[in-house]
Design a protein around this ligand. Structure first.
Ligand code: SF4
Length: 397
């Protein structure tokens, strides 16, 4: 059976026409919505700008990608190793959990070993926050209402202000104050926002405004409603995320929905995709969300066909390996890896560089031109060599 109408990729090509129409509609809708939203919410162009180290957040700065290590912070070598892998993947700010003094002692070594700003995540103990500030962290994540009385809050806020170190308030639906739970019954968006604004006030009372806020829930719709409400009440930049989102597949979908919808509405200045996985996996997901909304252009957009009975090369392992290796690339580039010569060449021609597979071989395309036919065993290396030359970035060791 031959013929393009039967090919899953061919249907995909037709669908792309429809997707383009939807995209045009969404762009128009986004434009209209941004105008409409600007009358009653704070969009990311209106938020106050703060700096975490040298990275600007808010006031229309590019949406920043963050992550958090899952190593024991006391083991500074392991933590530095993981942060270096996060950096290579494109993480722009990293957070580490500080559970005790020993973890505080590690911060100086971690700071020396990494190239991106470092945030200390602290609960309850104001001495850990003071220690982290002395160690030179670029940001704190703590809720001032949880670190003891007014005196302790004052000490931490003054130390942060002296160093121009921002504080993120992070309200989590699982740890809302008892009185708010009693009043609202459960962690409603109103309760979450009220909690956040209480913490904000504790900081503002000491003339501190280097603030960003997150309101996290594992429920996508609650997360969206909470951030929407918060964006009508404050101009501080917002850190988006769906907490405890789940495993690679489930968490990616929940994050794409929650973070994606809010960003689409103009809400959110920095994002963290939370996955029950190696945190390095979070970074390509974050960039895929941003690329899909045309907010950031970093790295490779990989186009590959779903494979079908017409596929004549081992496409799936080829694409998986290519995807892993191409994560190192920073330059925006569209790469197509297609399974056959029926529909592959069309897609490969549209990409910056691409392969259309054939029986035991593949055709390499570059900028719409056919370059050469390559044996299947050399396809990946040939493709990666071409990308190295185009980007000037090292992929192959
Ligand atoms: Fe479409 Fe891929 Fe099948 Fe070719 S191998 S027909 S491109 S799905």
């Amino acid at each position: 059976m031959r013929g393009r109408a039967l090919c899953p990729h061919n249907s995909a090509t037709k669908r792309r026409g429809i997707v383009q129409l939807i995209r045009n509609y969404l762009e128009l809708a986004l434009h209209n919505q941004e105008s409409a939203l600007s009358s009653f919410t704070t969009s990311r162009t209106d938020t106050k700008q703060i700096y975490i180290g040298g990275v600007p957040i808010g006031a229309g700065a590019p949406v920043v990608v963050q992550s958090m290590t899952n190593t024991d912070t006391r083991d500074w070598q392991a933590t530095v190793g993981q942060i270096r892998r996060l950096e290579e993947a494109g993480c722009e700010i990293v957070r580490v959990a500080i559970l005790d003094e020993e973890a505080v002692d590690s911060l100086r070594f971690i700071k020396r070993g990494i190239n991106i700003p470092l945030i200390a995540d602290i609960h309850f103990d104001h001495r850990l926050a003071l220690g982290a500030l002395s160690a030179g962290v670029d940001g704190l994540r703590l809720n001032p209402g949880n670190i003891g009385g007014a005196d302790r809050v004052k000490k931490v806020v003054l130390a942060a202000r002296e160093r121009d170190v921002p504080i993120r308030i992070g309200v989590n639906s699982g740890s809302l104050e008892k009185d708010l739970l009693a009043r609202y019954g459960h962690p409603t968006p109103e309760a979450m926002v009220e909690s956040a604004l209480r913490h904000v006030k504790l900081l503002e009372d000491h003339d501190f405004d280097l603030i960003k806020i997150s309101l996290k829930s594992s429920d996508v719709l609650s997360t969206i409603s909470s951030y929407r409400l918060l964006s009508t009440k404050t101009k501080y930049p917002l850190h988006l995320g769906v907490t405890e989102a789940g495993t690679l597949v489930g968490g990616t979908v929940k994050s794409a929905l929650g973070i994606g919808i809010l960003l689409f509405e103009g809400i959110g200045d920095t994002i963290r995709v939370s996955l029950t996985s190696d945190p390095v996996e979070e970074i390509p997901v974050a960039y895929s969300i941003l690329r899909g909304l045309r907010l950031r252009e970093r790295g490779v957009e990989l186009v590959s066909c779903p494979t079908c009975g017409r596929t004549e090369i081992e496409l799936i392992p080829l694409v998986e390996k290519a995807e892993r290796l191409l994560r190192r690339v920073r330059t925006p580039l569209k790469v197509a890896i297609m399974g056959c010569v029926v529909n592959g060449p069309g897609e490969a021609r549209e990409a910056d560089v691409g392969i259309a597979g054939g029986r035991g071989k593949g055709i390499l395309f570059k900028k719409g031109e056919r370059v050469e036919t390559v044996p299947e065993s050399e396809l990946l290396t040939r493709l990666l060599t071409e990308i190295q030359e185009m980007t000037g970035e090292r992929i192959l060791d």
